[in-house]
Write a protein that binds this ligand. Structure first.
Ligand code: APR
Ligand code: PHB
Length: 389
């Protein structure tokens, strides 16, 4: 099989890149390890920056997010004494849209199916070959058959545990990492959200986040030690923990119900440079991981796709390589700014085991400064709604 751009991974990065390239007349094949049902069963974050929504419209998949997405004009940061509103609309003139990543992925699959896109599920033993040549090719196994896909370019959209990043020689990669000593236990419930806007709570009892998917589907998180397992957490224990972290009046109005999904995710900040090796380009989680505190994971993958799709179309259609030559540096500039914001939100809102009183005072002073300084709130808001592409 031949194609112009081989895409490893059928998550949001791979699907959006394929959709935009196909609309630009560039052929692609997506090779995805998991079944479609498995991909669509993943519960991920749910806050879309304005730039992400614009990209979905540009890809022809903006209809449902326009109809069902919920516009949020702000969010709250709280501790045991303060509840600070960050009014995105007032401070930046922009808003964010609450719409689950699972829905974005489903919309992209539907659009790719409508275009007759070539997506191969259930691939195994993917190997990227001759990526530093003009004729790279991918080998993979599906249904027991070993196959070869010849291509002009390869987009590594296969996430943190994929093969693409490790195809770049280790001695040519620079990796940066911060592993946080706690995780987020997330719960999804068919209950009305505890509050109309998101609440990031830094309490003496730990961190919690009150979020949502829509008016009848709520998404909550509480900070847990890395040693905890999801089996250790009954629904009742989760709701008690959540109540102990949220402001009292919010907890008082909390509607609880049975969990329809419950899982623990570790928190990590990670970047691998460069994003290019010959004809291979890394996109999204394959290149970087952010802690979910800044709601940047999906949005950062989208800005990588923004930079890469135009560059690849230029190279394939017109032989112009300035875009692909600039991709890595251009994408990394925005990646590092989002990395900083996500790290800052995480250190500002979580207790770290063994920390001294000074750290707690720093968190307290930060929230007080936000409550008293419009400039500080504006700086947080412009990062949260998404820096320009
Ligand atoms: N071969 C083929 N596919 C693979 C391989 C492989 N060797 N390894 C992983 N994959 C697939 C995974 O099954 C997954 O569907 O690549 C896809 C990568 O998707 P994501 O991990 O969702 O990464 P990305 O598309 O970059 O989206 C980033 O997803 O995980 C969230 O928090 C993250 O919101 C962010 C977004
Ligand atoms: C979510 O709704 O899953 C969510 C929202 C905001 C975050 C992280 C997760 O920062």
């Amino acid at each position: 099989m031949k194609t112009e751009v081989a895409i490893i991974g059928g998550g949001p990065s791979g699907l959006l890149l394929s959709q935009l390239l196909n609309r630009a007349g560039v052929s692609t094949v997506i090779l995805e390890r998991a079944s479609r049902d498995r991909v669509l069963s993943r519960i991920r974050a749910g806050v879309l920056e304005a730039g992400t929504v614009d990209m979905l419209h540009a890809a022809g998949v903006g209809a449902r997010v326009a109809a069902e997405g919920i516009t949020h004009h702000g969010c709250y940061l709280t501790d045991d004494d303060l509840m600070v509103h960050i009014n995105f609309a007032e401070l930046t003139g922009k808003t964010v849209t609450v719409y689950g990543q699972t829905e974005v992925t489903a919309d992209l699959y539907a659009a790719q199916d409508a275009m007759g896109a070539r997506i191969v599920h259930g691939v195994e033993d993917v190997i990227l070959n001759d990526v530093d040549s003009a004729a790279p090719y991918v080998e993979y196994t599906v249904d027991g058959d070993r196959r070869r896909l010849d291509c002009s370019y390869i987009a590594g959209c296969d996430g943190f545990h994929g093969v693409s990043r490790n195809t770049i020689p280790e001695n040519r990669r620079r990796m940066f990492e911060r592993v946080y000593p706690f995780g987020w236990l997330g719960l999804l419930s068919r209950t009305p959200p505890a509050h109309p806007e998101l609440i990031y709570a830094n309490s003496a009892n730990g961190f919690a986040l009150a979020s949502m998917r829509n008016a009848t589907l709520s998404r909550y998180y509480v900070q847990v030690p890395l040693s905890d397992r999801v089996e250790d957490w009954s629904d009742a224990r989760f709701w008690d923990k959540l109540r102990s972290c949220l402001p009292a009046d919010v907890s008082a109005g909390l509607t609880t119900g049975p969990s329809i999904e419950k899982s623990i995710a570790p928190l990590r900040s990670f970047v691998s440079e460069p994003l290019r090796w010959g004809r291979l380009f890394l996109v999204g989680d394959a290149a970087h991981i952010v802690p979910p505190t800044g709601a940047k994971g999906l949005n950062l993958a989208v800005s990588d796709v923004f930079y890469l799709h135009e560059a690849l179309a230029d190279a394939v259609r017109h032989g112009r390589t300035a875009g692909i030559d600039a991709y890595s540096e251009r994408a990394l500039t925005r990646i590092w700014k989002a990395m900083r914001f996500s790290w800052q939100m995480t250190t500002m809102l979580h207790q770290f085991e063994g920390e001294d009183g000074f750290a707690a005072q720093m968190r307290k002073a930060t929230l007080r400064h936000l409550s008293q300084s419009e400039t500080a709130r504006r700086e947080l808001a412009e990062n949260y709604i998404g820096l320009p592409f």
